[in-house]
Design a protein. Sequence first.
Lengths: 857, 163
Amino acid sequence: MSNEFSIIGKPTAMVDAAEKTTGAGKYTDDLSLPGMLIGKILHSPFPHARIRSIDTSRAEKVEGVVAVVIGKDAPKTYGILPVGHDEYPLALDKVRYVGDNVACVVAITEGIAEKVLELIDVGYEVLPAYFDPEESMKAETDLIHDQKPHNTEKDYHHIFGDPDKGFAEADEVAEARFIANEVTHAAMEPHSTLAAFETDPHTGKPGRLTVWSSTQVPYYLQHKLSLVLDMPMAQIRVIKPLVGGGFGGKSEVIPLEIIAAVAARKAQAPVKITYTREEVFWAHRGRPRTIVDLKTGVKKDGRITAVKARVVQDGGAYCSYGVVTILYSGALLGALYDIPNIQYDGYRVLTNKPACGAMRGHGTVNVRFAFESQLDELAAKIGMDPAEIRRRNLLRPPCITVNGLRVQSYGLPECIEKTVERSAWKDRKGKLPKGRGLGIACSHYVSGAANSIIRSDMPHSTVNIKIDRDGGVVVYTGASEIGQGSDTMTAQIAAETLGCSLPRVRVIAADTDLTPIDIGSYSSRVTFMAGNATLRAAQEVKKLIAAAAAKKMDCTPEDLIFRNDTVERKNGHVGKAAIDRPAEQSSAATVSGRVEGQILRGSLQQKRKDEGPKERMTFEEAVVAAIDFHGALTGTGSYAPPPEARGGKHKGAGVGPSPAYSYSAQVAEVSVDEDTGEVTVHKVWAAHDCGRALNPVSVEGQIIGSVWMGMGQALTEEMVWKDGMLMNPGLLEYRSPSSVESPDVEPIIVESIDPEGPFGAKECSEGSLAATIPAIANAIYDAVGVRLHESPFTPERVLAAIRAKKNAKALNLTEGIDPTAPQRFREHGGSLWFKGKGPERHPLDPSRHEISAGGAD
Amino acid sequence: MKKELIELRVNGRTYEVAIEPSALLLDVLRQELELTGSKRGCDDSSCGACTVLIDGVAMMSCTLLAASCEGREITTIEGVSEHGSLAAIQKAYGDWGGAQCGYCTPGFIMTVKSLLAENPDPSEEDIRDALSSNLCRCTGYNQMYEAIRSAIAAERQGLATVK
């Protein structure tokens, strides 16, 4: 995009690409230690039950079994949110979902551990279970958590401006219920943790704990381990190996991570536990099923006058990120368009299913689906083009929204223009053959939450840099690379700032012993926050080098240019030509894989002898000069969001504010088969304002990946439940799309150059997901004239809507339900409703005893 | 179950391993031979992260008994680069963003090798069809197609060696 930088903005292969493409890189399950044991977890078969007794003696007797751990071995609660410490690593007195963790067998082989699980005798007292959140909210007895009346984890009620007046002023009002069904991250790498204690030479007893884990948040893991194991954090080292995807599923501490450490403590040997794919589904922490009752008012000129949203989230059995999720649902109604009056009522409800947590786009996604669909509907009512109605409601930054969010860089107008242009929207909208349509939608996301989960005045990221005599630049960052490219971002920022070649930089990341804290890879904060910390650390080291080089070159530090492994004096004869000419150790071929910037020992020793001012020095010479003056070169940089970005003072105001927001506008082109209801997405044009694309290849990859994941939620992905039992805990049944089901996505990078982002960069990994779902819904409307209010838009739902529109008799498959206006969750999830006799149920199955509380349909 | 001795030829070398007769090839590769490049991503042969070549044909090692692979030429991801250099497809995956978290990458590369060995000039549709045996959650597949096209072009120009 611009030539002012030598590394930033250039397509760059990831610094760990070779590890990944050769299979040499190690993920947690690839690791092993001498004497390592394998752990297998016994899960609850009931959605809600008290544990009356647990007898592990039969299991412990088996040859090869080293230990069996149960709840009593770690009777301390934890949770990702300070207000949500409601989980035990292994259930102590109650199990609250099918899949809850009851015991762990540790044995010398996986086979033995697995076989022995059934020898653990657990006496359950089955309790009534809750599956429907609107029913669960009415509960008076058999609460899932005793301290949460009506099974409501949290509810919020916000009024900004004067919504009633706003609706009164509106010329058109739309009101509808939307349901987004439950989806999960399904990262390709299942969760895995390896825990090992060292022996302390002074006490002779087990001392320090080291844990390798597939995590997005090594520091939160360190913290929760210290809580549950009752050990100081300083005695716990968490190391993050390669992580095979997270998307939020690893952004909190997952039970197996603590169970492995507890088991290692009891077995007195290293313990590794890796989830099966089924267990990953049960661990979940994905996006909750959500009911959105939305009402929006607009004037004839397209201006939105008021929005009222009531959101109910089916949060599952534990708090997890719940309080944050329900707040995001309301908060990010703001900061995209200019909405003067907002009423928000949010309910996070507990049910007896695996807990929901944070998933790409968090609580904003399902509300955005409802809002962008409803806006489309209102555009049709007032006879305005859907792209135009969005243009009528743009913010005028810099500004603070009615709900306290500060907006500075705002690339949304350009995103809309570009996506409208590339899709030939103006020429083709409304003119495509029947059954084919275009839809537009917008979305946005935070570039990191301005307020951290554990509130304090401490920085959110700190980065250290060391440069020593070998001329290598080592960056120590807590930032967790999970496939999004944060290690590469770190190297790029350091190299650009120091003017050295990229291969000279080595990134050491996410090891709590070595790297300073970064609070984690979630809410898309890493580029903005850890990137800024890296920038500041590099600038600090650069100052030291510049001071020494300036002395040697008889000028001031401001006269120096650091570029291409060279430090040069700015003015005079060594002008532009010298800057553009690659140095001997050129960094031009950043994707060549050649090793750049080798120090020639001879030349170093030689250069130390020379005297007299010069026009330029190599990077190594400058480093050596600086070490002469200062000793080893180290720099440290920290970042914490500025107070102006931290939001308002109302209850729950802490969630939503961000130092910067990314913006996305998308057009989807779809075909709908009116006979089968099948939707084919031909193409999505996705324009995303990322501030500045530090690495265009990575940015485009993140845009495409998030659009693709949004498409998955829009068309095929859904967790299907029956009496609290997940019916499709497998990748094919869950319908994660393969290559033949995935559309062409054209990513369009928009750069609004944020004033506070590192080199102007903002996030690019979550903001685009939300817009894809309504873009497809709106395209379906354009194609066949039906509005879908429930995702995913499976062929059954689309077909039922088409038939309902034609006043055709509804198919038996969805009897009794109006598919265009779902009133409640169908507990079966999908639209297939089996009313037949079915197989004989287990004697203890709750639905057989008719004691399911409020769950029956 | 008592273990028995089998001989496996992996990446051009012969190994003698003691295994239980029910041992899966994926587990033997990852544990006995410590070739951890092939991955386990699912319980039911649905993701393809374990793909290896058996006599040049892409197959899922999680669904093969190790014992039944005696006498076959097994190629894993560790056997793809030659003389310590990245093969064209490996380089291209890095350059074009075909790998993000990298977990599915070994499986995809083996599938691509199998495809290109059989069909050196595949159409867009051929590529999509061939890749449908492997699942990815990060990339949405688009950049993989660019990587594959680039690798084909690079090989044609002889810039890299691929077996």
